[in-house]
Every structure is written in structure tokens, then in C-alpha cells.
Write a protein that binds this ligand. Structure first.
Ligand code: TXA
Ligand code: MG
Length: 319
């Protein structure tokens, strides 16, 4: 597919012309544009079919650029930035007046992170502006962890996807906001809450407000395959109740032997939650393309990145 390319030069030229391109990060691929170009930002929303009130994340090349984006930064935010940037942590902070309302959905706060991927860091180093980038999936669909996923979703409308290979983390960044200078978890992500709490102490958690989500990645149905998908704590028991159905399953560690299963994704035979998280979306993409009548996914242990995986599986299976 010709729109997939590893030319930074081509990426810079397109972005300088207010175009939107697919970019790799360590979490998932993004749909990127110049944060100061209303044309580019409008284009991101229309390509993604995303409601305008749902704000974008700004990607900067280093913490040195943070003051251009945000103001009145809480001390605990600086501690987290020092500990985890570049990396899969997004901070929601008070915005500078120069940040377009279009980028923040009219909010007085802005989401910002330093991504940890050599190609996007090189790209940001060659641009004179930061990049706004939501995940490169149509609103509500499974997020992309390879250039080909982005190309499949958007081949008609994107001029280029910068190919950075398979995303090493494979799940979106963890989002932290602040209330009275104290950290609040808005979205589970690739950085485990335990690691964040080790730096700043206990987190208040508000990730499940469905009526007025603080971060719309929190909408109850999201990251969803097209195929009917259900979550189970005991797949073997569930299989006993189903017949004449072509079933695909997704499990953490141990393969299930049952003739009803026509396709199976084992995310980490070694039992690593990090490995399982990095494989999750790619496995869901494959299962969704497998022509199954039903996909059954296994509930994960509720610790570390298991909490993030369960969060995504719940949203993927919500009716
Ligand atoms: O890993 C990631 O974070 C990826 C890569 C591309 O960086 N990006 C990503 O973007 O996941 P997106 O747009 O799919 O999710 C961003 C989330 C949304 O749920 C949005 O509502 C929330 O961040 N967000 C952005 N600005 C916000 C703000 N000012 N207050 C609260 N939530 C905000
Ligand atoms: Mg997203």
C-alpha cells in the first residue's frame, strides 16, 4: 500500500501544508496535524468522524516545551513528567491562551504528552510546532497498533501513514488530570496505576462516568470489534451453553481445547501482562477479520496492566 512510507521528509512536507497523516507512537498510531492550524485540526475531526467536543492530545518533543502548552502546572505533574516522559502518560493541565479551542473542545484544560518512539521524536524535532493526534481509528472502533491497521481504516482519505512498525506498548496512554493539585485518573492506559502511585501517592479514580465523560475514551462502548463480542470469567462453562456457532476466543495465558473454538488468540503464554497488553488490539483486529459469529474474551487478573486490559475488554463488549 503506497500510502505507508518511512520518509520523515515527506511527513514534514505534508504537515507543513496543513495535511493530516498517520504517525506511530509507542502506544497506538495517531492521526496527526499542526496544533496551530485550524484546517488541520478540522481535518482530523472529520477524518475520524469524531464529535468536536471530544478534545485531542498534544504531542511535544520534550518537557522543555510544556510551558508553551500549559500554565499553573502542579508540582505533582512535573514529578510525573520527570518520571515517565517520554512515555505513555498524558497530563491534563490548564491550557495556555495560544492553544486553539478546537484542539481542547472548548475546555480550559489541555491534554499533553511526550511520546516515546524514535520516528515521532525525530519528526517533532524537525517541525516548528507540536502535533495534535487522537488515536487513528474511526470513533468507537479498535485502535491501530500497526501502519496497516491505519491504512485499512483510512486508505481513501489519508495521504500518508508514517511506518514505525508495531507499537511496543499497544494500548493508549494513561491519562491523569488534577483537582486542587492532586492527581486524578481519567483513563486507564499503558502505564500501570501502581507505577504512578509510587511517585505521587494514591490516585482518585474517575473513569466510569457514562453520562458526561471527562475523557470520552471513557464512553462505555468503545474500542469495539464489529463482530458480536462477549466477556467471560469462565469460557469453558460458557462454551457448554453455545452450539452451532463459529467461535473465536481471546485468552491471557492458557489455550483452551474445545472443538467449538475455530480460532484462538493467546496473548502471553508466559503470563506477562505487559506482553498481553501489547498484543491485545492486534489480536482483536485479527479476530474481527476472522468471520466468527461470536468472539469470547477472557477477563484478566485485576492488577497492574490487567486493570487496563479489563477496562478495554469491558468497553469492547458493552452492548
Ligand atoms: O496513547 C495515546 O494517548 C494516543 C496516542 C496517539 O498518543 N492518543 C489517544 O488519543 O489515545 P485519543 O484522542 O484517542 O484519546 C484522547 C483522550 C480522549 O478520551 C479525550 O477525551 C481525552 O484524551 N482528553 C483530551 N483532552 C482532554 C481534556 N482537556 N480533558 C479531559 N480529557 C481530555
Ligand atoms: Mg482513541
Amino acid at each position: 500500500m503506497s500510502l505507508i512510507s518511512n520518509s520523515i521528509k515527506k511527513a514534514v512536507a505534508l504537515l507543513d501544508q496543513d495535511q493530516v497523516i498517520g504517525i506511530p507512537t509507542e502506544t497506538v498510531y495517531g492521526l496527526a496535524g499542526n496544533i496551530h492550524s485550524p484546517d488541520a485540526i478540522h481535518r482530523i475531526f472529520s477524518i475520524k468522524q469524531r464529535p468536536l467536543f471530544n478534545p485531542l492530545i498534544i504531542h511535544i518533543k520534550s518537557v522543555d516545551d510544556l510551558n508553551e502548552i500549559a500554565r499553573d502546572i502542579p508540582n505533582k505533574a512535573l514529578l510525573l513528567a520527570a518520571a515517565f516522559w517520554p512515555g505513555p502518560l498524558t497530563l491534563v493541565l490548564k491550557k495556555q491562551a495560544t492553544i486553539l479551542d478546537l484542539v481542547t473542545g472548548g475546555k480550559d484544560t489541555v491534554a499533553v504528552r511526550v511520546p516515546n518512539h524514535p520516528l515521532i521524536l525525530e519528526l517533532l524535532g524537525q517541525l516548528s510546532y507540536p502535533l495534535a493526534a487522537p488515536s487513528a481509528n474511526p470513533f468507537g472502533c479498535i485502535s491501530p497498533t500497526e501502519a496497516a491497521h491505519v491504512a485499512n481504516y483510512f486508505k481513501e482519505v489519508l495521504p500518508m501513514v508514517l511506518d514505525g512498525g508495531v507499537c511496543s506498548r499497544g494500548i493508549e496512554s494513561t491519562i491523569i488530570g488534577f483537582e486542587n493539585e492532586e492527581p486524578v485518573l481519567y483513563r486507564h492506559g499503558s502505564l500501570a496505576t501502581e507505577d504512578i502511585e509510587a511517585i505521587v501517592g494514591p490516585l482518585k479514580i474517575i473513569t466510569n462516568n457514562n453520562t458526561a465523560p471527562v475523557a470520552p475514551g471513557m464512553l462505555s462502548r468503545h474500542y469495539a470489534p464489529v463482530t458480536n463480542t462477549v466477556l467471560s470469567t469462565d469460557i469453558i462453562e460458557m462454551l457448554k451453553t453455545i452450539s452451532n456457532t463459529k467461535i473465536g476466543v481471546l485468552v491471557f495465558q492458557n489455550e483452551i481445547n474445545d472443538t467449538k473454538i475455530k480460532g484462538q488468540e493467546v496473548l502471553s503464554p508466559a503470563g506477562s501482562l505487559e506482553e498481553a497488553a501489547s498484543q491485545l488490539y492486534a489480536a482483536l483486529h485479527r479476530l474481527d477479520k476472522g468471520n466468527y459469529d461470536l468472539i469470547i474474551v477472557e477477563r484478566f487478573p485485576d492488577v497492574g496492566l490487567g486493570k487496563t486490559i479489563n477496562d478495554r475488554l469491558q468497553r469492547a463488549t458493552k452492548k
